[in-house]
Design a protein around this ligand. Sequence first.
Ligand SMILES: Nc1ncnc2c1ncn2[C@@H]1O[C@H](COP(=O)(O)OP(=O)(O)OP(=O)(O)O)[C@@H](O)[C@H]1O
Ligand SMILES: [Mg+2]
Length: 235
Amino acid sequence: MTLTVKNIGSGYGDRGIIDEISFTVPSGTIMALFGHNGAGKSTTLRALLGLLPLSQGSISLDEHRIDKLSVSDRIEKGLRLLPEGRGVFPDLTVAENLSVVAAANCKKGTDRTAGTTIEKVYSLFPVLADKRNLQAGNMSGGQQQMLAFGLAILGSPRCVLLEEPSVGLQPDLVEELFGYFRVICREHDMSAILIEHRITSALKIVDDVLILNNGRVVYHDNVEATRNHDIWQYF
Ligand SMILES: Nc1ncnc2c1ncn2[C@@H]1O[C@H](COP(=O)(O)OP(=O)(O)OP(=O)(O)O)[C@@H](O)[C@H]1O
Ligand SMILES: [Mg+2]
């Protein structure tokens, strides 16, 4: 689904952090969200998911406004977040993590066999299949990150927000994962936002690049144009 963000502002309490942010992520495409530490990237994703209220602006998935919906209703509409840090249930086993999320998707009327299945996640990350009966919190950081990524793409999400999915993963796995992610975005008409400090790897799979500085958009263009642009000046 196409994610359309118009002129949003958000922050914490009275403290405005992001302002006048607008962009569109067409169905099947990925937008990189870059910016220095504290630029407002995580704040933007939290506002999109509804964890923070908007002070202004609108958010739509295809033609439907979602900015007045609760977090759970936005998830029901197909929005997913792979949060910063480890987005897994540490006390549940690997298999339980996957089945809990698959069941939650299912309850919301999603076909359990549609899109990315648990078996598909296991085939993507064989180590997760080997450790399916281990508590997720007892796996290595990289293995937990693989599971978090698996949970974010499970089922048929419509728009996925990924925060530093490569943290803790070895470089060859990052490229493989990114390549796979690009394919599923295309195949499932999913849109995605990718926050990633591995800029060069991210540029290989994204369609558009948006850069924030102090909560404002300072650069927004397609990836071809970005390759000929000195984006490092914004960091
Ligand atoms: N819970 C919070 N309460 C108050 N201010 C916050 C909170 N979280 C973040 N901020 C502030 O909001 C600003 C933007 O932070 P944000 O986490 O969005 O940056 P970021 O671009 O994700 O940075 P990083 O690359 O370090 O993850 C920072 O100045 C930060 O101090
Ligand atoms: Mg952040």
